[in-house]
Design a protein around this ligand. Structure first.
Ligand code: IMP
Ligand code: MG
Length: 182
């Protein structure tokens, strides 16, 4: 882990802070979905760690399935053009769907996913995002029902978030040192 730590300049959220955020979101969802058996749709790969923690913070019956999307272009900026790499195995029709996402930046990825899943006629569809990036004067393309926390407009890694597929295993969220970009 030391090898990873030394590439981080600032810690944005500690493990303890992450735990508090996730348990609060889990409690909100548990209250809203009593008796509804929601289907949690985790957006791979970034959301897999948040989803695992979130599910354990949800106290009502729920199920999980996974979708993988990949945006074209470079790994630091979202292009908004999304390709489905892995689709759900679960039927969405009539289900209460909660899309779990790691971070909402432009919102273009989620806006595409929502459109796609809506066409499958779920009973309802909402978004639970661990973080929303605060961008001055810019509203994200979608409005998530559940927001864990707000983060500054910087490229962050850890807790599932990667740079070039690295740092997902950092247990906290931090900012990469400029020299860590290759
Ligand atoms: P959006 O379509 O602009 O909302 O981009 C969302 C996706 O971009 C997330 O699911 C992440 O995979 C990725 N992303 C956005 N910001 C960051 C970041 O700061 N670190 C790592 N990945 C990010
Ligand atoms: Mg991602």
């Amino acid at each position: 882990m030391e090898e990873l730590h030394q590439d981080i300049s600032d810690v944005i959220l500690t493990e303890e802070e992450i735990r508090e955020v996730v348990s609060r979101v889990g409690a909100e969802i548990s209250a809203d979905y009593a008796g509804k058996n929601p289907l949690i749709v985790a957006v791979l790969r970034g959301a897999f760690i948040f989803t695992a923690d979130l599910m354990r913070a949800i106290t009502v019956p729920c199920s999980v399935d996974f979708m993988a999307v990949s945006s074209y272009g470079d790994s630091v900026k979202s292009s908004g053009v999304v390709r489905i790499v892995k689709d759900l195995d679960t039927k969405v029709e009539g289900r209460h769907v909660i899309i779990a996402e790691d971070i909402l930046d432009s919102g273009l990825t989620l806006s595409y996913l929502i459109k796609l899943l809506r066409a499958r006629r779920p009973a309802s569809i909402e978004v639970a995002t661990f973080a929303v990036k605060d961008i001055q004067g810019k509203e994200p393309a979608i409005e998530p029902r559940y927001v864990g926390t707000h983060v500054p407009n910087e490229f962050i890694v850890g807790y599932g978030l990667d740079y070039a597929e690295r740092y997902r295993n950092l247990p906290y969220i931090g900012v990469l040192k400029p020299e860590a970009y290759v």
